[in-house]
Design a protein around this ligand. Structure first.
Ligand code: SAM
Length: 268
């Protein structure tokens, strides 16, 4: 292995919590968006497919997170998955570390960085008990992770602990009072990963209640309807041809708080 992506390839993540272990097993078998890739798993084409898919679906993300603004800053991503967001920070000069419960994710993230010839460090790890000193990172990022862990408050407290004073923690959880949750219940269409061992959706006040330790919190609801490539059949036709264009005609002042993703930018 080149020294571009340093991986700790161990199987010895000790979890004394059986729910966390179920979560680890689930995410080892369910790489996020895997079914959307056209190229074989682990190839550069595979990662490019998933990057293209993610940033089409989450086209809001580069507008609210400036991936190029962290040159020379240290960034920890907790629940980094295969490293799609982390490589964006790293390509713009951030010094990045990714941890995830799932060995499969850490393996793939390492391959992605290695093939892209980008530096990054990856470790198996539990975001509820991080193996880093207090005040270690300029920025901590956890996008789509807190809602899947066993004890969300424990994870948020760890994100807070390892970020430097004055540093920022960027998080995203799902919004229970959102257009997508409403549509899913109304049409009887399951959301992705509804079979995960833990999937908690939050209201904005519930999410804020997890973040009381921070000195400043900015909440940004995002992720409005875009055409689905995942769903098929009549419901997908209804969604893509009618719902998406109609919803997007509504003024943002009316729909803003129904965004599916609640982003939080929190300062220590
Ligand atoms: C929906 S995926 C999101 C992956 C990536 N952040 C993204 O946005 O594509 C959720 C990830 O969180 C990880 N995860 C869940 N609980 C975790 C924990 N306690 N510690 C570390 N990672 C965790 C899972 O293994 C999985 O890779």
């Amino acid at each position: 292995m080149s020294d571009t992506a340093e991986m700790e390839k161990t199987n010895d993540l000790k979890l004394d919590d059986s729910l966390l272990d179920k979560i680890r097993v689930y995410w080892n078998e369910h790489i996020h968006d895997l079914e959307l890739a056209k190229h074989p798993i682990g190839t550069l084409g595979f990662f490019e497919d998933l990057d293209e898919y993610r940033f089409d679906k989450l086209r809001y993300l580069p507008k609210v997170v400036d991936f190029s603004a962290y040159k020379d800053k240290t960034i920890l991503e907790v629940g980094c998955g295969i490293g799609i967001d982390l490589i964006r920070f790293a390509k713009k000069g951030a010094k990045v570390t990714g941890i995830d419960l799932a060995e499969q994710s850490i393996d793939l993230a390492g391959k992605y960085f290695e093939q892209s010839k980008i530096d990054g460090e990856f470790k198996l790890g539990n975001g509820e008990a991080l193996e880093f000193e207090d005040n270690s990172f300029d920025v901590v990022y956890a996008h789509g992770v807190i809602q899947y862990t066993a004890n969300a408050q424990k994870m948020v407290d760890e994100l807070y602990r390892v970020v430097k004073p004055g540093g920022e923690v960027i998080m995203m959880v799902y919004n229970r009072r959102s257009w997508l949750n409403f549509l899913s219940k109304t049409l009887g269409v399951e959301l992705e990963h509804e079979d995960a061992p833990v999937l908690k959706k939050y209201t904005i006040p519930e999410f804020k209640a997890l973040l009381t330790k921070f000195s400043e919190v900015k909440i940004v609801p995002e992720r409005f309807p875009v055409k689905s490539r995942l769903q098929k059949g009549l419901k997908a036709i209804f969604f893509n041809a009618f719902f998406v264009p109609a919803f997007n005609l509504l003024p943002k002042t009316v729909t803003r708080n129904t965004g599916w993703h609640i982003m939080a930018f929190a300062k220590k």
